[in-house]
Design a protein around this ligand. Structure first.
Ligand SMILES: CC(C)(COP(=O)(O)OP(=O)(O)OC[C@H]1O[C@@H](n2cnc3c(N)ncnc32)[C@H](O)[C@@H]1OP(=O)(O)O)[C@@H](O)C(=O)NCCC(=O)NCCS
Length: 187
């Protein structure tokens, strides 16, 4: 019974990196996919803020048969001045996989691609926030090596709290500084 609700994973699932030339083709699908699971929908400007500046850190999963978008991750990467010396901090802003395609490793692949792209650009760390009640997301990130760095009480408009998670990409002794400074996120 459970299986009938789950889509068969297309054998040649396609993963592509976002680029500006693809905005018209893919931005509406990115918004639709992410909005489905959000308690607080983002305006088009939020998507453009990330995609104009860090489009190469956005990866999409497509079903090649229908060209349907079934997963996406959106990120940014910039210096984090609160650390001394400043670190280059990646931030995973949005991640979603279409509900019938979940538990096939699609989000894991998308996040790994985003992390690899940040490593190529010399990132020191990657951070994100996720609702403390979002067990699938917490499991996914902790499986990939993210650690809980901070609890953010009543972080979301719906009153729910979040965890800030961090993945250190460089040796621990290089990472001097506090975990408190600077908010990256989407409030
Ligand atoms: C969180 C979310 C992105 C996870 O997506 P997903 O594609 O199901 O994630 P994955 O398939 O990579 O990982 C889920 C599980 O499937 C397992 N899995 C991985 N590869 C697999 C494969 N090839 N076949 C079967 N299962 C697999 C993973 O081990 C993982 O198990 P876990 O529960 O022990 O961690 C998805 O649930 C979602 O879109 N939720 C709504 C939006 C959201 O919460 N986003 C995160 C905000 S921070």
């Amino acid at each position: 019974m459970e299986k009938s609700r789950m889509a068969e994973l297309p054998p040649e699932l396609r993963y592509i990196q976002y680029e500006h030339a693809l905005e018209k083709k893919y931005l509406p699908a990115i918004r639709a996919l992410i909005s489905k699971d959000l308690s607080e929908p983002y305006s088009i400007y939020v998507y453009r803020y990330f995609l104009y500046q860090w489009g190469e850190l956005c990866f999409m999963a497509l079903d090649p048969k229908t060209d349907t978008m079934i997963g996406v991750v959106v990120c940014k990467l910039e210096p984090h001045q609160s650390h001394s010396p400043p670190t280059l901090r990646g931030y995973i802003a949005m991640l979603a996989v279409s509900s019938s395609y979940r538990n096939h490793g699609i989000a894991t692949t998308l996040v790994r691609k985003a992390i690899d792209a940040m490593v190529e650009r010399d990132a020191d760390e990657v951070v994100l926030e996720t609702e403390e009640t979002n067990i699938p997301a917490m499991k996914l990130y902790e499986r990939l090596g993210f650690l809980r760095s901070k609890k953010l009480h009543r972080y979301y408009l719906n009153g729910n709290s979040a965890f800030r998670l961090v993945l250190h990409l460089k040796r621990a002794q290089d990472m001097v500084g506090d975990e408190n400074g600077g908010e990256d996120g989407l409030e």
